[in-house]
Design a protein around this ligand. Structure first.
Ligand SMILES: [Zn+2]
Length: 244
């Protein structure tokens, strides 16, 4: 082997090492991203947004509830993205995206469970509901975060009962919270009109954790009584059914 070959071999070894290290650290996220594409999730969302009328059979009604499950579905529509999907490279989806197929400000959003609603003073499009006793694990407190309740420029679509700065206002399952919007967090650059909902862990001291990290959130499947974890969802089913 001459020097040139040795250098080439060394370079190949380095690349393999880098790829392996990347795979070990980010493997699950990369696979989730590839799967979200390959299983047609993105295409289904685009198809639905383009022509909701053609896909009304993909939708679930608001307040839909499965037999022994504690939570009611907070809004009507097509569940386009599940827990653990990945539509942004290296990010796993922390909740559900429910697309209502109506214009901004039309599809109502309701509380999925009894709790105490907080809307921080700088929140234009989000609310979080504290549930002191997790109905599936009463020793712990959990939180339900809901967002995209604002229009493209960040004008809130949240009911007047919950102005910015609301702290711990009691809500009952089925109470109107607001309407689906398309605010992405950046004025003028809309997302698709939908509700994002996630179940967020408590830090053990009465505060919610950062919803953006999947490790701080909980698989919503058992709460809604449907298979909503992308690892176990049947990719051919557009409308999840209640688990037996
Ligand atoms: Zn989402």
């Amino acid at each position: 082997m001459n020097n040139k070959q040795k250098i080439l071999l060394g370079m190949i070894a380095l690349v393999l090492l880098a790829v392996t290290a990347f795979g070990l650290v980010f493997g699950k996220k990369v696979l989730a991203y590839l799967r979200t594409w390959s299983e047609g999730r993105n295409k289904a969302v685009i198809d639905y947004i383009r022509d909701p009328e053609a896909h009304r059979d993909w939708e679930l009604p608001a307040l839909h509830q499965c037999a022994d499950a504690p939570f009611a579905l907070p809004t009507s529509g097509f569940i386009g993205y599940f827990y653990g999907d990945s539509f942004t490279p290296l990010k796993l989806h922390t909740g559900l995206d429910i697309f209502g197929g109506n214009p901004v400000g039309v599809t109502p959003i309701y509380a999925p469970y009894d709790g105490f609603l907080t809307r921080e003073s700088d929140w234009k499009s989000s609310v979080i509901i504290r549930i002191p006793k997790d109905p599936l694990d009463p020793d712990r407190q959990i939180w339900v975060y809901m967002t995209h309740l604002a229009d493209v420029d960040g004008n809130p679509l949240i009911d007047d009962a919950f102005p910015a700065g609301t702290q711990e206002k009691p809500v009952k399952k089925g109470d109107l919270i607001g309407y689906q919007g398309n605010y992405s967090g950046y004025p003028g650059s809309p997302t698709g009109i939908h509700l994002h909902i996630s179940i967020v862990k408590d830090d053990g001291e009465g505060h919610y954790l950062n919803e953006l990290q999947i490790g701080n959130t909980i698989d919503p499947s058992a709460y809604f009584g449907m298979q909503l974890n992308t690892d176990r969802v049947d990719k051919n089913v557009k409308k999840p059914v209640c688990l037996p």
